[in-house]
Design a protein around this ligand. Structure first.
Ligand code: GLC
Length: 542
């Protein structure tokens, strides 16, 4: 496979509302990000995925865009954006913009025009039908996908919130407008795009096809050809429900679509068949290993995958599958070890690098997320399929606001995130869990991540970790996660005791060098190891 710069990158995701507030209005902003770029640099990431900062009424916190070529005032100005790109570049960091083109906000000029009349030039920018032509596809944020619009005298289609009408990708004018906008951003010198729910743009609503529609890949190929294919940038498609076979369609280099995909097969294994994330099940560790290993082997040499545990839509991994109490440091670093030795491009979501945890607000009113409130309405109030208590269990475990609480920088009020009142309450554990305290601690999650990233980026191990073969060890073991990475020159062994019990285990081979150990241990031999709770190590073998 031809080498690409982003094969060896580490991406840091910033959710701007919650990262750092520079002007005391309680909402994070671009200047706040500029002020903290050295944090990202120190970690060792070389790409920032910036969740949307475009003009938006914030129904879905920026994933509802009303102007693709303007910055939302709460985040700053276009000058701030240009400065961010420049300041990041000075530190060797590229900015990847979040491209939300499945839908816009209902406040976008296109939609305002579109709803005016049937013969408006923008009418076909969106999907309008009379009642008899609408069918019952469910919206991701609950309720029906078709919404009656008084002014338009028709129903429009929206896969997400009512205020997020879907663009009509069958219209060549929509394609052209979007391509033009993408090129405008590329000319600014950004490092690429993360393409929000891009698997939905090939939809055919009259046939009830939404994801992976027949028109999807031709549309992406066209987009590539007209826009980012002419630049050396990173493009990552958010693709729910992808298999390794589907992943190749998006990311095989010869197909000229995206650099890589961001797929979720490993992230939904504890969700319920009927109630999804709102009714979490016990997590099956062996299944997790099988899935991650399947992707390692299945995509090798054929396509490219992202490696992640977290993003702004997922709960905090240390609370979800680790132990965020007695073993917060140990389990956070164990989870990091599992991913960072694998092939793919690692993504670190803000706060993950200090082991931030889920939040538990007493009242539903403290939650901001449109998805949480939509699901509550549907599952608890209307259909009564979950009780209030059951639903709150789901929110505590999987609600998206778990990831969106402000970053805890220090022990000042509101974790030093803002001098005002934060838009979403800070997690009460900020005195104990914050960037300053973590970096100063002997058990620093940040320093452990930093080490993992520096190994991946080192001259000695980069080739092996980025391109080497993957060999899973003892896949059916109930608490051991172990694998080797091998190339012609070197071999490393990654070992994680993913449990709170001691684990006795022997591996073949001799240690040449210990690269990482979350108990700071020296290891002489690999036989008769007694691994402590969540003990993790990476060693080079002789
Ligand atoms: C993606 C985003 C999510 C958003 C949705 C609609 O899944 O990651 O935050 O709500 O798309 O844009």
């Amino acid at each position: 496979m031809k080498k690409k710069w982003w094969h060896n990158s580490v991406v840091y995701q910033i959710y701007p509302r919650s990262f750092n507030d520079s002007n005391g209005d309680g909402v994070g902003d671009l200047r706040g990000i500029i002020n903290k770029l050295d944090h990202v640099k120190e970690l060792g990431a070389d790409v920032i995925w910036l969740s949307p900062v475009y003009k938006s009424p914030m129904k879905d916190n920026g994933y509802d865009i009303s102007d693709y070529q303007a910055i939302e005032p709460v985040f700053g100005t276009m000058e701030d954006m240009d400065e961010l790109i420049k300041e990041a570049d000075n530190r060797g960091i590229k900015i990847v913009m979040d491209l939300v083109v499945n839908h816009t906000s209902d406040q976008h000029e296109w939609f305002k025009e579109s709803r005016k009349s049937k013969d408006n030039p923008y009418r076909d920018y969106y999907i309008w039908r009379d009642e008899e032509d609408t069918n019952d596809i469910a919206s991701v944020f609950s309720g029906p996908t078709w919404k009656w619009d008084e002014e338009a005298g028709q129903y429009y289609f929206h896969l997400f919130a009512d205020e997020q009408p879907d663009l009509n990708w069958e219209n060549p004018k929509v394609q052209e407008e979007i391509h033009k906008m993408i090129n405008w951003w590329l000319e600014k010198g950004i490092g690429g795009f993360r393409l929000d729910v891009i698997d939905l743009i090939g939809k055919e609503v009259d046939k009830k096809i939404t994801g992976n529609g027949p028109r999807l890949h031709p549309l992406i190929k066209q987009m590539n050809k007209e826009t980012f294919g002419n630049y050396d940038v990173l493009t990552v498609g958010e693709t729910w429900g992808a298999t390794p076979e589907i992943a190749m369609m998006y990311s095989a280099p010869e197909r000229e679509e995206f650099s890589m995909i961001f797929q979720f097969e490993h992230m939904v294994i504890d969700w319920d068949q009927d109630h999804g994330k709102w009714k979490p099940h016990t997590f099956d560790f062996v299944k997790l290993k099988e899935i991650l290993s399947k992707w390692q082997v299945g995509l090798k040499g054929k396509g490219w995958n992202s490696l992640f545990w977290n993003n702004h839509d997922l709960p905090r991994i240390v609370s979800r599958w680790g132990n965020d109490k007695e073993y917060r440091y140990e389990s956070a670093t164990a989870l990091a070890t599992i991913l960072h030795g694998m092939q793919g491009t690692p993504y670190v979501f803000q706060g993950e690098e200090i082991g931030m945890t889920n939040v538990k607000y007493d009242s539903l009113k403290d939650y901001n997320d449109v998805e949480i409130h939509g699901a509550y309405q549907e599952k608890v109030l209307e259909n009564k399929v979950l009780s209030e208590e059951e639903f709150m269990v789901g929110v505590y475990q999987n609600g998206r606001d778990n990831a969106r609480t402000p970053i805890q920088w220090n022990e000042k009020e509101h974790g030093g995130f803002t001098t005002g009142t934060p838009w979403l309450k800070v997690n009460q554990n900020y005195l104990e869990v914050n960037v300053e305290a973590d970096k100063a601690s002997e058990k620093s999650v940040f320093n452990y991540y930093k080490n993992l990233i520096s190994i991946r980026k080192s001259d000695a191990y980069s080739d092996l970790i980025v391109y080497g073969d993957y060999e899973a060890i003892d896949l059916s073991h109930q608490s051991l996660f172990a694998y080797k990475r091998i190339n012609d020159e070197r071999e490393i062994l990654v070992v994680v005791n993913f449990s709170e019990e001691e684990l006795n285990y022997s591996f073949d081979g001799n240690i040449k060098e210990v690269l990482a150990s979350n108990y700071n241990k020296e290891y002489d031999s690999l036989s008769d190891l007694v691994l402590l709770p969540y003990e993790s190590l990476i060693v080079e073998l002789n």
